[in-house]
Each structure stands twice: as structure tokens, then as C-alpha cells.
Design a protein around this ligand. Sequence first.
Ligand SMILES: Cc1cc2nc3c(=O)[nH]c(=O)nc-3n(C[C@H](O)[C@H](O)[C@H](O)COP(=O)(O)O)c2cc1C
Length: 177
Amino acid sequence: MPAARVLVLFAHPALQKSRVNRRLAAAAAAVPGVTLHDLYETYPDFHLDVAREQALLVAHDAVVFQHPFYWYSSPALLKEWQDLVLEPGFAYGPGGDRLRGKRFLSAITTGGGAAAYTHGGHNRFTIGELLAPFEQTAHLCGMVWQEPFVVHGATRLEDETELSRHAAAYAARLAAL
Ligand SMILES: Cc1cc2nc3c(=O)[nH]c(=O)nc-3n(C[C@H](O)[C@H](O)[C@H](O)COP(=O)(O)O)c2cc1C
């Protein structure tokens, strides 16, 4: 069976400062079938080409949102992407079936450690709970939610072996989509 066509929508507003997402993105780009789409590189002025984005979605079997966790959500351009690209009649609502059946993976890095994302922890909610808007967005569009890929404690991750381990784990998740 040919590899699934996987569209990685990558959003990092300060890639030159990134350690973890930079590594994950490079690993993703090397996986057969993966299209790495760097949104901040493509749309530095936030003027999204909606028709192009929708055509990209239609041409892939799985959709990945890859980004650092910013204020318990995505960086602004990925929110803009959702607001403009997921139109009624395309993504949901009457006739809006173009994303139906595609797998959806949320791939995030967090500054907070795993223990912070517990009910007794610093961030009070689990990652699963905080990603509920993404899960419901995928559901509304008929996409199949996958267990999120999360790298915790990303701001303190410096060890080369650890970085490589996370990059390999991410590549494996993408290859299995
Ligand atoms: C504007 C901003 C908001 C952030 N919000 C969160 C947050 O809500 N939760 C969290 O765990 N980390 C938060 N962080 C930390 C980032 O998630 C962290 O720097 C990033 O995952 C590191 O990945 P990178 O090396 O690819 O930049 C925030 C960072 C910035 C700059």
C-alpha cells in the first residue's frame, strides 16, 4: 500500500529561536508521503490563499497541526488558517464533506512539563482537555481524531539524544497515519 499523503500544517512564528519544532519539522519532511507546509514562511503577512489551502487539504489523506503550545492553543496564524480555510460548504455544514474521513493529528510542544498538565498541577487541566477545541473542530469536519503527539518541557530540552528521540518518535507517528 502506498504511504498515506500527510499534510503537516506547521506554525511557528519565530523559527530561528526554535529548538524542538525545528527538529520535529526536519524529521517530518523526511517521511515519505509527508508535505511539510510552513505557514509563517508562506504567509508572513497573514494573507492566506484559501483556495490553495483547501486544494492542499483535498490532496491529502491526513492533516497534522504542528506548533508550539501558545497560551494553551496555537500561534495566531494557525487560528487565522482555521477561521478562513474551514469554510461552510467545504469543511462542514450542507455539502461540506471535503475533509470527511481524513485522520487529524495535533502535534505540539509545551514549555510546561507533563506533571503541570494534571488536575493538581500548575496548568490545572490535562492536554486532552485543553485540546478539546481542536478535537471538536476535527469532529465537526468529519475528521478522525488521533492521540495527540506531545513533547513536554520543550524549553528545557537541550540534550541532543533526547531531541533525536522525540524527532524519531514524531516521524514514526507520521509514517503510521
Ligand atoms: C507566546 C508564548 C506563549 C506560550 N504559552 C505556553 C502555554 O500556554 N503552555 C506551555 O506549556 N508553554 C507555553 N509557551 C512555551 C512554548 O510552548 C515553548 O517555548 C515551545 O514549545 C518551545 O518549542 P520551540 O523550541 O520549537 O520554540 C509559550 C511560549 C510563548 C512564546
